[in-house]
Structure formats: C-alpha cells, structure tokens
Design a protein around this ligand. Structure first.
Ligand SMILES: Cc1cc2nc3c(=O)[nH]c(=O)nc-3n(C[C@H](O)[C@H](O)[C@H](O)COP(=O)(O)OP(=O)(O)OC[C@H]3O[C@@H](n4cnc5c(N)ncnc54)[C@H](O)[C@@H]3O)c2cc1C
Length: 538
C-alpha cells in the first residue's frame, strides 16, 4: 500500500500522541504509527507527574478534567518523605499543598496532577483519535526512510499481517523514544549519552499500605541508608498501586528474577504486609541531549531527542513541550505562512530547555548519595543528631527536586530567532520559583479575566495581540501586515487591572503556543518586521 500524509509521527508514547493531538486540534492531517499495541506502560509504570505546564496544554486540548478524573484523587496528599523505613525514623517531610488538591495557584489555572502514564497515555490517545484528521496505526513498525528536498519516504511493516507499506510525508516526527531506530538511520546514534545507573522497578498492589506504618499518606517515600537513598516508593494512584525503584538495581542483582522482593518491601516498610507482585523491570538511567533536533524534514522529539533520570519528573513533560512547539510550527509550514526559519527555531527553542532539565535531573540524582553517615539509622543520640542535620540539608537543597515550578513553567526561549527582544533585562531564571513575566520568549502570564476564564484560554489558534488598558493604541498596521502574509492574528482588547499588571506592557503579542513573541508600548514604524520575525521570515 502507498500512503500519503503531511506528517508521519513515529511513536505512540505520550510525546507522539501529544503531537498527533496538537496537529489534530489544529485540523492538520497526520498518521501516527507505533510498533506495539501499547497503552501507558502497563507492566512498567513510568511518569507519574503531569506538571502544570502540561496540564495547561491538556486544558487547551479539552482533556484536563479527564486527566484529573483518572489521576490520583484530589484529596490525596502530594507529601514527600525521607525515612529510614516507613516504620523507622523520619528524616524530612516535605508537604506540597500547592500540588494536587483544590488550592488555587496564583500563576496557573492548572495545578500539577499526578496521573501515571498507565492512565494518562490512553487519555491522550482517545482525544487524538477523536480528530478526523488523525489516524493511529498500532503494530506498524517503521523500518527505514529516505528523504529528498520535497518529502520523506518511509517503509513500514504491519506486524499483524506482515505487509509492507510505503508512506510519503512532507515531514517525519521521530517520537520513538530512547531506543529510536531513527537516530540509527540518521547515523547519530553513536552518542548514547551517559548511563547514570541501572535501577530496577518493582510494581505491586497493596491495599491501605499506610495502615502498616505511622508516617501517614504520601506520594514519594525516599528510603535512606547510611550512604544515601537506596530505594524510592511511589504511590501510583493514591490507592493500592505502588512502584519501588531500587537504585542499585541491576548492578547488585544479576537478574531481576533474583531479587528477593519480599525482603526488599519488608525492609522499606519495616514490617511484612500483604501485597501482590505485578512486575519487576530493569531499566537504564540516562543523560543525553542529541546534537540536532532537526535533520532536514525529520524532527526529533521527546526521549528520542533527550533523556534524563526521572529524579524530578521532567522527561515526559519536557517531551510534551517539544510536541507543542513543533506542532504549531509544522501546521504553519503546511498552511504556507511559515517563514524559512520557523522550523529551524524548533531546535533553537527546545534544545536549551532539554539541556537545562537534563542537568537539573542529574544534579537531583547525584544528591541521592552522600558521604557515609554511620550513625544514621541508630536509635541513639548520635543517630538523632545525624538525622536532624541531614533533614536540614534536605530541606535546603534536595527539596528543590520536589518544588521545581521554575523548571515546569519558567523556561524561556531567549535568543530564539522568532522572538523579538525588547532590550529589557531578562528576569532571573530559578529552578524552584516561577515568577510570571511577559518578557519576550516567556510563557504568557495567567490572570483571571472578569468572565472567569484564564488569559491562557485566549491563546492557541492564532497569534493574539493583547491591547491592554484604556489607552492601548490601535494595531491596524500589524493586522494588515499579518493579513498580507496570511498569518492568523486575533486582537483582544482588555481593560482589567490584574491582567494589565501581569502583562507589564500596553501591547503584548502572544504566539499560538502561548509564549510571548513581542511586547511594547506602541508598534514600531514598520509592523511588517514584527510579523516577519515572529513567523521565521526575517
Ligand atoms: C521509572 C520512570 C519514571 C518516570 N517518571 C517520570 C515523571 O514522573 N515525569 C516525567 O515527565 N517523566 C517521567 N519519566 C520519563 C517518561 O516516561 C519518558 O520521558 C516518556 O515516556 C517519553 O515519551 P516518548 O513518547 O518520547 O517515548 P516513549 O514513551 O519511549 O515512546 C516511544 C514509542 O515509540 C515506539 N517505537 C519505537 N520504535 C518504533 C518503530 N521503529 N516504529 C514504530 N514505533 C516505534 C515505541 O513502541 C514507543 O511506544 C519516567 C521514566 C521512568 C523510566
């Protein structure tokens, strides 16, 4: 069979699904293939944390409420604790009332939500396949591809029938994860990054586990020994499903089957308890950012482009950010209004975000080990003092892994060729703190509108020029310049003090992905330069 599609998406993990969804939401035709019939990693539950930025994208796609429904219940605490065992000594406890729950957060309408990929990926899939322009084919494996100036020609095998298909597309999005065949075909697989460890996940079911200890409910339990955190216990659903990550993992155990899971789980809780083992899975903790996200008509996204240790919960969220950035740009290129540099800006904008997040995740991982503290687990005054010292240290430095709003929300596209700098001083970047700003390249601020919507609800389909305050000038020259290039532009006049103060300027131009493209008090003499630059035409 010969198939033609504007965009071939290879990989139906969360990133490929998010890209298909973003394209479908924009009415762009695409075909997604995945070699497996898989939904949400049923035997190896991976990502739990859907951060606020990803939840904001879900809000735009109309699935935020669904993710909340299938995720961890809102009243389950997002508490993290460091303990010698769950019945042992408490070293540090970090409550995160701003995660989950119903407490409003000033800078976002969408708090972070825990929703494991077991349930999150199917929500993405269901929404993506609801768009008439999106086709998903599972058990279709990409074997090879070639590209020329006009298109990419891919060879795909249908595992169910053994049939081969040729797919011709304008673009190919490689969302095929860490073991990507596309990196190999492109000849860029020599850099496999750095392996930071070989952990093992133990996935099990246990009802009311919190009844077997005195530390209360939590989502993350770091089990600490004299030389560092040796295991992490994660709640997957705020109920009966749990995953332990054994940090030493595969290095210490010749084969996963040889792991005495009963002994490990008893040591973690501090007592025996009834449980049902579901699966044991070894995996590799990697640090990798590929050198180029764009290879002519082929674009790398998600784990195919970058991999980090899950310490912090950045991998999937960073990948979904890639999908959103790439999605509107591919839509623009296919609609004919993209300038020649728009697609190049994907690498310029997203690669620096991955470099920052991968480094931060590695730093978090390195803090899991420390110089030996022999007294740590003892019920002695020396042990007490050692735990107090360590607890203080954790509160100071390690907790930044757990409170990383600056990573989730604060990334900016400084230096992007499609962002117009305004000469002002860039606000400081922080890992933990996120301060909203309309600085060019930043995520446009959230503020509540008088009608109860968020300013974020104004963005997505087109560029939006916000005219803020009672005296905001007309922007007719910009409208004409956009019309001339066929660029979708909407104008929103808002005279509400909280919105005006959040946006800092009288005119702010926001891109379809919700990032600020330009800001000022008045339009420059030649507005066409703005439209040219923000669409990659300068
Ligand atoms: C234990 C653990 C915990 C984690 N926790 C978090 C967290 O809390 N938050 C977070 O953000 N991230 C977390 N991550 C990372 C997250 O799981 C990954 O970043 C994410 O799954 C990557 O998504 P992806 O779509 O890029 O790739 P993948 O999920 O790997 O999907 C790639 C898809 O491509 C398909 N494919 C591969 N080759 C082909 C081919 N030749 N033809 C067709 N299809 C192909 C595969 O079948 C697969 O379905 C965690 C990871 C682990 C291991």
């Amino acid at each position: 069979m010969k198939i033609e599609t504007p965009v071939l998406v290879v990989g139906g993990g969360p990133v490929g699904l998010a890209l298909a969804l973003e394209l479908g939401w924009r009415g762009v035709e695409c075909l997604l293939v995945d070699e497996l019939e898989r939904e949400g990693y049923k035997t190896h539950p991976r990502a739990n944390l859907v951060n606020s930025r990803t939840m904001e994208f879900c809000r735009r796609w109309g699935i935020a409420e669904r993710v909340k429904e299938v995720g961890t219940p809102r009243d389950y605490p997002h508490t993290a604790m460091y303990v010698t065992s769950l019945r042992g000594h408490l070293i540090a406890r970090i409550d995160r009332p701003q995660h989950g729950g119903d407490k409003a957060i000033a800078f976002t309408p969408e708090p972070p939500q825990r929703c494991n990929q077991i349930w999150f990926d199917p929500v993405l899939r269901e929404r993506a396949e609801g768009f008439p322009s999106v086709t998903l084919h599972y058990r279709w494996r990409l074997d090879s591809f070639t590209q020329d100036e006009k298109s990419v020609t891919s060879s795909v095998t249908d595992a169910a029938t053994g049939e081969s298909h040729t797919i011709r597309s304008a673009y190919l999005a490689a969302c095929c994860g860490g073991r990507s065949p596309i990196r190999r075909i492109l000849g860029i697989d020599r850099n496999e990054g750095e392996a930071l460890g070989t952990p093992v996940s133990i996935y099990f079911r246990a009802r009311n586990l919190w009844d077997y200890h005195d530390k209360g409910k939590g989502v993350l339990h770091f089990i600490v020994g004299p030389t560092g955190v040796w295991a992490t216990l994660n709640s997957l659903n705020g109920g009966d499903l749990w995953r332990v990550t054994l940090h030493g993992g595969a290095k210490e155990h010749a084969a996963p089957e040889s792991i005495d899971h009963k002994d490990v789980l008893t040591r973690i809780v501090g007592t025996e308890f009834p449980y049902e083992l579901i699966a044991i899975s070894p995996w590799v903790r990697r640090k990798l950012v590929t050198a180029d996200y764009r290879h002519a008509r082929v674009f790398l996204a998600g784990d195919c482009a970058h991999q980090n240790t899950p310490t912090g919960g950045y991998g999937m969220n960073t990948g979904i950010g890639d999908a959103v950035d790439l999605g509107w740009k591919l839509a623009a290129a296919l609609s004919g209004w993209a300038g020649p540099k728009l697609l190049d800006s994907y690498d310029a904008e997203r690669r620096p975000v991955a470099l920052r997040n991968v480094d931060e995740a590695t730093r978090n991982f390195q803090l899991r080990s420390f110089a030996p503290i022999p007294d740590l687990v003892g019920a002695t005054p020396a042990g007490e003092a050692a735990r107090k010292r360590l607890g203080e240290e954790i509160a100071k430095s390690t907790s930044r892994e757990l409170l990383s709003d600056g990573i989730a929300m604060g990334y900016r596209y400084d230096g992007s060729p499609i962002v117009c700098p305004d000469g002002s001083e860039p606000p400081a970047l922080s890992v933990t703190e996120y301060v909203q700003s309309s600085f060019p390249g930043a995520r446009a601020p959230h503020a509540l509108l008088a009608d109860g919507r968020s300013t974020l609800d104004l963005f997505g389909r087109a560029y939006v020029m916000l005219r803020l305050g009672p005296d905001a000038p007309e922007v007719t020259p910009l409208e004409k310049a956009a019309q001339l290039r066929g660029v979708p532009l909407e104008i929103a006049a808002i005279d509400e003090p909280t919105v005006c103060s959040a946006y800092e300027r009288t005119l702010v131009l926001v891109r379809p992905d919700g990032h600020v493209a330009w800001r000022g008090e008045v339009l420059p003499a030649d507005s066409s330069r703005i439209t040219a630059q923000v669409t990659g035409g300068l």
